[in-house]
Ligand binder design. Sequence first.
Ligand code: PEP
Ligand code: MN
Length: 272
Amino acid sequence: MRGLKLVSRDYQRENTVVKVGSAAVGSGQKMFMAGPCAVESLGQITGIAEQIKDYTHILRGGAYKPRTSPYSFQGLEEEGLGFLRDAGRAAGLPVVTEVVAPEDVDLVGSYADLLQIGARNMHNYPLLKRVGSQAKPVLLKRGFGATLEELLFSAEYILAFGNSQVILCERGIRTFNKHTSSTLDLGAVPVLQQLTHLPVIVDPSHGTGRWDLVQPLALAALAAGADGLMIEVHDQPEKALSDGPQALKPEKYKTLIKTARRLVQCLGGWEQ
Ligand code: PEP
Ligand code: MN
C-alpha cells in the first residue's frame, strides 16, 4: 500500500509478537482478552476475573467510556483503573483498558499493561502520537467508518513515534444491515495479515452487539486466522451499565473458549 512504511510486510517480513505481561500476541498461540465492557465496582471486576481467569490471557474493563450519549455511564475513571489493576493482580492476568485523551495516557499507562485506542479514536492523531511516544503496547481498534488503509496509517503513526508494539483489532464497520450493531469484516483479517506484520485480533462483541452471535463469529474469526479475540463478559448482563446485550455470562464464555481450543486444534499447526 502506497506510503505505508514501518507497519508494512515489505519493511518487516516476520510477524511482530507483542508482549503484554505474561501474554504474547502474534506468537502463533491464540490470545483471549475478556472482561466487562466497563469496570463498575471492585467486586464486579474481581468476581468476573476470578471466574474466567483460566480461560483468559488478558483481562479487559473500561474505566474511561466513550459513550454515544453524554447521559450514559462514563466510567469510574482513575478509581476504575485501580479496581482493574487489582483484579488483574488477584487473578494473575495482565490488563487492557481504553485511553480516550492524550493527557490521560501517562495515568492509564501507570495502571494498564496494554492501552486500548477505541474505534471512535482511531483517527485521533494527537492521541496516536502520544501512545506512540511511550512504552506500553497498544491495541488499536478499527474505526467503524475506516478503510483498512486508514487503520494501517493510524498504526503507522504509533510506530513512527517510536512504539512498535501494536495489535490491530477488527470490531465491525457500519453497513446497511440492521440485524447487528456493526458488520464484522472477517475478510479484513487475512488481508491485514498480508499487508502488515502486526498481530490482528477480532472483537465479535462490538462486531455484532448481540451475545447470541458472539460464539459463531468468534469461531469464524479464528478460522479466518485471527491471532486472538476480545470478548465482553458480564456476570449480570441485564444489569450491566454498558453493552449488556452483547455480554456473555462467564459460563457461556468458558464454553466458547473450550470450543475455540478444539477448533484451533482441528485447524492444526497452532500451539495451544
Ligand atoms: C470497548 O471496547 O468497550 C469499546 C468501546 O469498543 P469500540 O471502540 O470498538 O466501540
Ligand atoms: Mn463495550
